[in-house]
Design a protein around this ligand. Structure first.
Ligand SMILES: *Cc1c(COP(=O)(O)O)cnc(C)c1O
Length: 394
């Protein structure tokens, strides 16, 4: 079956796209734990190496389980091709290394994932690539940041942890006018809630570590886009090596099968928690695009099919009070990970965003009384009760 069999519905593609059954007639997808592959004879080996014949040579290049994950994800994102990587950061690194060169300029939303910022600031600029940060929702700032050498616009929407929403169509128009590529980190929504390529993005990057796995088991990432762009990304990956492990690909492949029902359940739980927090006397502000008074609510309704699982909120007080809420939890896991069946809680100012300067952190809205909850799939009554303990101690 072809990954792009457009006669099939999305839910069917998530379960059946991309897999070629082997001669063993297995029903579930096989896991190919092999680093290399045999050739029939010396001539065939030579032909594989010179690309005269297509086929598996070495698992840094191709692996059937990894390919199945790639094809299924491409079908779900409605992109021509997906390329799997060792982690979400390896996905972003591959895009930047494959598609930018010394002298180029990238514009990035200022509240992207912390390591994305560290990678750009500490490493990518060493190779002569200029970086400008702008506020995600300030379209005129994006427009004004365009330079003759601007080759890429990069954003993450909804943002972490403030749930700000980027206008994908508008950013795509700005990037097209500048002749730049528009890259969207779609980790928080997954293709189930948002398909950035359909809103004009050229490339989607993913941390598969989060919702695609959904159970916190392994690291992975992916890049999705046209064959032309993905050929370049594949070239970098093959040469540099941050490719996905077949075992991890098998986990993610199976994760995609349940992604839609999980994302809907995460979103339903998060919506309930957000409105409960909104009404709590010790909570001063809730950041969740599903709330009607959130500035990105209408935009999120337009480009997403639901609002996702991440809810942030400010408590009365400062760091002491926020830490009290974290330390009083008995069910929720205190960890920076997200996109898991288990609800997680974190204090962004002192962990995920602790490496930012005080100025950058405050500019991004990460105050000391801010808490981020990535809502899992437990009964939401237990999650509310768990947060209630600390909120009542404030
Ligand atoms: C976690 C995350 C990443 C990085 O992914 P890894 O798999 O940890 O390398 C990138 N972007 C976003 C939005 C993330 O949440």
């Amino acid at each position: 079956m072809s990954a792009h069999d457009d006669k099939l519905q999305q839910d069917t593609l998530a379960i059946r796209a991309g897999y070629q059954r082997t001669h063993e007639n297995e029903h579930s997808e096989a896991l190919f734990l092999t680093s290399s592959y045999l050739f029939e004879n010396a001539e065939m080996a030579a032909k594989h190496f010179s690309n005269e014949v297509e086929g598996n040579v070495y698992s840094r290049y191709t692996n059937p389980t990894v390919r199945a994950f790639e094809e299924r994800l491409a079908a779900m994102e409605e992109g021509e091709q997906a390329v799997a990587t060792a982690s979400g950061m390896a996905a972003t690194l591959s895009v930047v290394m494959a598609l930018l060169q010394s002298g180029d300029h990238i514009i990035c939303s200022q509240d992207v994932f912390g390591s994305t910022r560290v990678m750009l600031n500490n490493y990518i600029i060493k190779f002569g690539v200029e970086v400008t940060y702008v506020a995600l929702t300030d379209l005129s700032a994006w427009q004004q940041a365009i330079q003759p050498n601007t080759k890429m616009l990069f954003c993450e929407t909804p943002s972490n942890p403030m749930s700000e929403i980027a206008d994908l169509e508008a950013l795509s128009a700005i990037s097209k006018q500048a002749g730049a590529l528009f890259v969207v980190d779609n980790c928080f929504c997954t293709p189930v809630l948002q398909k950035p390529l359909n809103w004009g993005a050229d490339i989607v990057v993913h941390s598969a570590t989060k919702y695609l796995d959904g159970q916190g088991r392994c690291l992975g990432g992916a890049v999705v886009g046209s064959h032309e762009l993905m050929n370049k990304v594949v070239g970098f990956l093959r040469a540099a090596g941050p490719s996905m492990s077949p075992f991890n690909a098998w986990i993610f492949l199976k994760g995609l099968e349940t992604l839609r029902i999980r994302m809907q359940a995460h979103s339903a739980n998060a919506a309930e928690l957000a409105s409960w927090l909104n009404a709590h006397p010790m909570v001063t502000k809730v950041f969740y695009a599903g709330l009607e008074d959130h500035p990105g609510h209408q935009l999120a309704k337009k480009q997403q099919s639901d609002f996702g699982g991440v809810v942030s909120f400010c408590v009365e007080g400062g760091r002491t009070e926020a830490w009290r809420v974290l330390d009083s939890t008995k069910v929720i896991s205190l960890t920076a990970n997200l996109g898991d069946t288990k609800t997680t809680i974190v204090h962004p100012a002192t962990t995920t965003h602790g490496r930012l300067s005080d100025e950058d952190r405050l500019q991004a809205g990460i105050t000391d009384n801010l808490i981020r909850v990535a809502v899992g799939l437990e009964d939401i009554i237990d999650i509310k009760n768990d947060l209630k303990i600390g909120l009542e101690l404030i």
